[in-house]
Design a protein around this ligand. Sequence first.
Ligand SMILES: NC(=O)c1ccc[n+]([C@@H]2O[C@H](COP(=O)([O-])OP(=O)(O)OC[C@H]3O[C@@H](n4cnc5c(N)ncnc54)[C@H](OP(=O)(O)O)[C@@H]3O)[C@@H](O)[C@H]2O)c1
Length: 392
Amino acid sequence: MIRSWRNLSTLAAFRPCAQYPARSASFSTSSAARANRAIVYTQVGHPAINLRTYTFPTLPLPSPGSVNIRYRLSPINPSDLNVIEGAYPVQPDPDMLLSPDGDLFVPGNEGLAEVTAVGDGVQSLSVGDWIVVAKQQSGTWVSARTVRAEDVVKLPKGDVSEASAATITVNPPTAYNMLREFVDLKEGDWIIQNGANSAVGQAVIQIAARRGINTINLVRNRDDFEELEKRLKALGATHVLTYDDLVARRQFSKQVKEWTEGAPVRLMLNCIGGENVTKMMKVLGLDAHLVTYGAMAREPISIPASPLIFKGLVVRGFWQSRWYETHGRKDREELMRAIINLRLKEPDHEIVTIPGGLDDEEAGQLVRATIRRVSEGTVGKKILWRIEEPAD
Ligand SMILES: NC(=O)c1ccc[n+]([C@@H]2O[C@H](COP(=O)([O-])OP(=O)(O)OC[C@H]3O[C@@H](n4cnc5c(N)ncnc54)[C@H](OP(=O)(O)O)[C@@H]3O)[C@@H](O)[C@H]2O)c1
């Protein structure tokens, strides 16, 4: 169940914890059996300051109906940072808190794990299976966990790469569902999107191309724009532009009309926000949908009255977490199958290993330095954690 920030803010767990004060550089245990590690925080705030690592003992055998899992890779998504900042409408699932006192929040909303032990009564899973946890905010930045078997979706091992499997539950489903749920898109139709080089944007390009849907893709200008354009076109992008092209508004509209040969642009996907959204909207056809699913620029969008009145523009939002909340296990499994069958290219990524040989002080420094790189926006690819089990 997704719990709202409002509800969670009343939990004692959100207060800074006296036992593990936020200023402390390290809160590793002195336990003899130091076999697992999690990235954790005790209070909301900037992740490059607040995150620590925590070492905890080997998991006991799973109780009936549960399985022990070992995470192989867990990505850092933009929303994970928002959750740690307290700027997201959900917080880590309180049922998944770590530590004897329930004071440690483990970030992470998706990841690829492997089953390491199976509790009594679990028929559907075996040791070695690849799985994802289909529970939102389940705390995936950890080396190992015990989860209920009913919260797990098994993936066909070998049919999908590790990096694709670790990033399969958030971005590709968002792209897949946004291309189905708002407009009945047909082969030959046109859509437009910003943030086209984001992980979601790249999934949109690929899924649209598989369905014969044309995409007009906007990205920020950069020195290596031609290189990026080439990469997005190789994924199936029809046209790639920069936001600078929106400045000459009439020329932009004329260009789009030429490309579409007058066919309406029926859907616009927005993960950035700000004034460029209003400019892009100009090319939308009658009864088009503008669907917002992200706010990377952290700027509001402005909708003039005229497209609402004269063109019947429909303005909507989409949140994959809500989709999961309102769809049962069967739908989730079907969604995973559909995504796997699409054989999307795995996201450009970098794996940051947190070596088992580091102590919690050193591991925490590596975590915070990595988050700083992500926050600066200079990485240009997904970062995936590989959290090794700490040495005894
Ligand atoms: N609603 C949902 O269910 C849902 C699901 C998944 C993701 N999302 C949201 O979708 C967005 C993209 O997620 P992702 O994982 O695909 O992201 P990502 O791969 O990390 O890519 C981030 C994108 O945002 C762009 N960007 C960052 N800051 C910007 C700014 N100030 N102005 C313009 N562009 C900026 C980046 O462009 P550069 O390459 O130029 O830096 C890049 O295209 C996020 O807001 C995320 O929270 C929402």
